[in-house]
Design a protein around this ligand. Sequence first.
Ligand SMILES: Nc1ncnc2c1ncn2[C@@H]1O[C@H](COP(=O)(O)OP(=O)(O)OP(=O)(O)O)[C@@H](O)[C@H]1O
Ligand SMILES: O=P(O)(O)OC[C@H]1O[C@H](OP(=O)(O)OP(=O)(O)O)[C@H](O)[C@@H]1O
Ligand SMILES: [Mg+2]
Length: 281
Amino acid sequence: MLRIAVPNKGSLSVAASELLREAGYRQRDDSKRLTLIDEENGVEFFYLRPRDIALYVGEGTLDIGITGRDLLLDSGAKADEVIGLGFGRSRFHFAGRAGAFTSVEELRGKRIATSYVGVVSAFLEREGIDASVTRLDGAVETSIQLGVADAIADVVETGSTMRQAGLEIFGEPIMHSEAVVITRSGAQLPSAYETFRRRLDGVLIARSYVMMDYDIRAEDLAQASAMTPGLEGPTVSPLHREGWVAVRAMVPRKGSQKLMDDLYAVGARAILLTEINACRI
Ligand SMILES: Nc1ncnc2c1ncn2[C@@H]1O[C@H](COP(=O)(O)OP(=O)(O)OP(=O)(O)O)[C@@H](O)[C@H]1O
Ligand SMILES: O=P(O)(O)OC[C@H]1O[C@H](OP(=O)(O)OP(=O)(O)O)[C@H](O)[C@@H]1O
Ligand SMILES: [Mg+2]
């Protein structure tokens, strides 16, 4: 059986289970449940803290994990990111009281609080900055007000937690994160992994692509099909109208409305955009 770790709580948990459900796997319907066997697909799911997942996968106890890229790097586990999942996107930033810092150089000799000691220490070492790093479990933003730290390094999505705590980010983002699938470095994975990977790729593609159909005069086909190259090439079929053809191609969802305008402008008509529910590429 393929053994897969899924976040049991936190920002990634619901979206990870939704993705797996869309990919045809059984998922728990009770958030207190910590393991689940999907007999039909030959998979056992383990619902674990996102922070611990890289450790289990790195040790080889579990084959696959879904966690945050930031948590994977922070753990130092011997596991690699194999698929970016496009949700749980965040940036990782230093912040201080409004106006207190303008650059990371000013962190020298200062106290920094964070839940990501691995990421922060590696960054400071790379930059040659000597500072003391304190580990906190969460709600790191409050530590400055409470006098435990001069600056913090934390996850920022909308920035509203920082703003409400009266803090301001400074310097470039230390990293960009999203939910990722991880496997143990150099591991020989069970053959079921390939099916898992193809299913997930299928869901991700179905989410980011749509199907575009249109009719066009044969003489305008070259110009229009260059705008809709599809994955392998567009499907072009005869139309029951002299001098016209029907074209079908997958196109990125992003920008698809503008693409319809542009196709219309080069002579395409009966332009249809439909959802892809699932696919194997
Ligand atoms: N507001 C957010 N938006 C997007 N991603 C986030 C956000 N907060 C955290 N993350 C990401 O979610 C992952 C795990 O963080 P999360 O906060 O869910 O775990 P946790 O702090 O252990 O759980 P909890 O917050 O429930 O105690 C990390 O990869 C992090 O980058
Ligand atoms: O930029 P924002 O949209 O405000 O999101 C960022 C906040 O979300 C996370 O907190 P979480 O709710 O996970 O609490 P925690 O700090 O206790 O983990 C993260 O640690 C930040 O505090
Ligand atoms: Mg959190």
